[in-house]
Design a protein around this ligand. Structure first.
Ligand code: SF4
Length: 541
């Protein structure tokens, strides 16, 4: 460790006091001895350290099972690694693999006693869980199609790995105030959701001397959670070879000046909001005074972060196949069947996007018809057209300790119900989270659904759901606006349908839901929902 913990004499929250005594990464030194004990002997105060190994103690927190996340920079795995991902799901995860919105995978039911062996197997195939959770640099997200993308300014894969290696397992950056999320993408449709990351590198060009140089503009201070913020732009341009330096200095500023008194105020977004972009940039430039001023942005839209469907790669004669995985949940058997497609037709590679889906690249043009006819694609669409293809869900009350309501088990019948009633020409993103923490990116959905604690008229506690409309990362971005009204899971489909019916009946031509929202405004949607609420025999509070 090459820094002084300047915050050590400040008023700190309990996690911070513990982290000064033992670093989060030390969990891997502790584990071989820990797993010899019964789980019941592990003090709950130690649970935060499991996070640094990509583990969250699963509820009930007495039983010794974990949610485990594998960190996959840029969401790219080899076929051998995909085989191992399937194997873990089959052997430990009750046959289920969940895909995340940060290009990673996660499991439930991982047993405490077998953690050391499980980690050895993960390391053996070149994967890791180190820093998949905890107050540390999380999975770095990239353009899902980097290197094969007709819409990228340049290939960002090496840049992502340079940044990954700068931070991974590095004790200089393993005691941050909270998590630190990095997005790197040169896709001109903002495929890596720049504005909702702590630091984002977006495609730009800059005239330097007599040359036009390709690189990145830099944004800081974005994030979702209970209080979402859109990232602010710094007046900085950086070439790909210096992205790791800039990311490192931004992380140093966060480590040394980020708030450590209250965890709810500890994300970088609060520091940037207080300082402003200018002051933050001045602090970065104290360490990197030679950075160029911002370049010409090459971002011209937002593709919602998904790469669904069958599309040409930038390499002649090759296609990638974006496979819809509804709710991001897939069985190990189905995961293996998709891996087999990559094994038999692709080039030893599978990718994960930002919307809980899978991509199989490098399908030769002369094999495309054969691939499209494979039985696995009857159940996992490669020709997306349903609401189910574009929705996301978080873990919810099934396993998450923080959830107010169930998600995946509610979302599946909900979206199937809606898909029977509606068919739209433009994609509409309906996303559900089990609380306000926003893990499945509910705030940037066209229609967001958030699980809440609710009461019936006779004051019985039930799981309820609230709606928001009008989220997007187009342009500077806009978080969806909450609507009044709480719905039971039985009422939810009709509540969402009232909004979709309004859009279906009144949108013009190819007007997207977001454009329609901007034309009509939040009040219009509230009035629509109010008309539905008036028909309900029982209204939740
Ligand atoms: Fe859990 Fe809430 Fe995150 Fe969903 S959004 S996984 S319920 S913390």
């Amino acid at each position: 460790m090459s820094y002084i913990a300047t915050w050590a004499d400040q008023k700190l929250n309990g996690n911070e006091i513990a982290k000064l005594k033992e670093d989060g990464l030390d969990v891997f030194k502790d584990l071989p001895e820990l797993v010899k004990k019964p789980f019941s002997e592990i003090d709950p105060s130690y649970f935060m350290y499991f996070k640094y190994a990509g583990l969250t103690v699963q509820k009930p927190q007495t039983d010794g099972y974990f949610m485990m996340r594998i960190k996959i920079p840029g969401g790219r795995v080899t076929v051998k690694q995909a085989d191992h991902i399937a194997w873990i799901g089959e052997k430990y995860g009750h046959g289920i693999i969940d895909l995340t919105t940060r290009q990673a995978v996660q499991y439930h039911w991982i047993p405490f006693a077998e953690l050391v062996d499980i980690f050895a197997g993960i390391t053996n195939v070149g994967l890791t869980t180190v820093g998949a959770e905890g107050d540390i640099t999380r999975n770095i997200v990239d353009n899902t199609l980097s290197g094969i993308d007709p819409d990228e300014l340049f290939d960002t894969r090496q840049t992502v790995m340079d940044v990954y290696h700068r931070f991974q397992g590095n004790y200089d950056y393993s005691n941050l105030p909270r998590k630190f999320k990095i997005s790197i993408s040169s896709n001109v449709y903002n495929s890596a959701d720049a504005q909702i990351n702590d630091v984002a590198f977006t495609p730009a060009t800059k005239r330097i001397g007599r040359h036009t140089v390709k690189g990145f503009n830099v944004f800081v201070g974005g994030g979702l959670g209970m209080k979402p913020y859109l990232a602010q732009q710094l007046n900085i341009f950086v070439t790909p070879d210096r992205v790791a330096d800039v990311a490192e200095v931004i992380c140093q500023v966060y480590r040394d000046y980020g708030y450590r008194r209250s965890r709810s105020k500890a994300r970088l977004k609060f520091l940037v909001a207080d300082w402003g972009a200018e002051q933050f940039e001045d602090k970065v430039r104290e360490s990197l005074p030679d950075l160029q001023t911002k370049g010409r942005s090459k971002v011209k839209g937002w593709n919602s972060g998904n790469a669904l469907g069958v599309h040409r790669q930038k390499q002649d004669g090759y296609y990638y196949v974006g496979v819809s995985v509804p709710s991001g949940r897939i069985t190990a058997d189905d995961f293996r069947a998709l891996t087999d497609v990559a094994r038999n037709y692709g080039r030893d590679e599978i990718r994960f996007d930002h919307c809980q889906n899978m991509i199989i690249p490098w399908i030769p043009e002369d094999k495309l018809t054969e691939v499209e006819a494979l039985p696995i694609f009857e159940r996992f669409s490669i020709h997306p057209h349903l609401l189910a293809d574009y929705g996301n869900t978080c873990t919810g009350a099934e396993y998450c300790n923080l959830a107010n309501a169930h998600t995946k088990t509610v979302f599946k019948p909900l979206i199937e119900n809606l898909d029977k009633r509606f068919a739209f020409d433009t994609p509409i993103n309906v996303t559900m989270t089990g609380c306000g923490s926003n893990c499945a990116h509910r705030s940037i959905a066209d229609i967001g659904i958030e699980g809440v604690h609710a009461r019936t008229p006779d004051r019985q506690h039930v799981e309820g759901y609230k709606l928001s409309v009008g989220g997007s990362l187009l342009g500077e971005g806009h978080f969806n606006e909450p609507l009044k009204g709480v719905f039971s899971k039985e009422q939810l489909a009709d509540a969402v349908a009232s909004i979709l019916t309004d859009y279906q009946d009144n949108h013009v031509g190819t007007e997207t839901f977001y454009d329609y929202y901007n034309r009509q405004g939040t009040d219009h949607f509230q009035e629509t929902l109010n008309q539905f609420i008036e028909t309900l025999p029982e209204v939740l509070k």
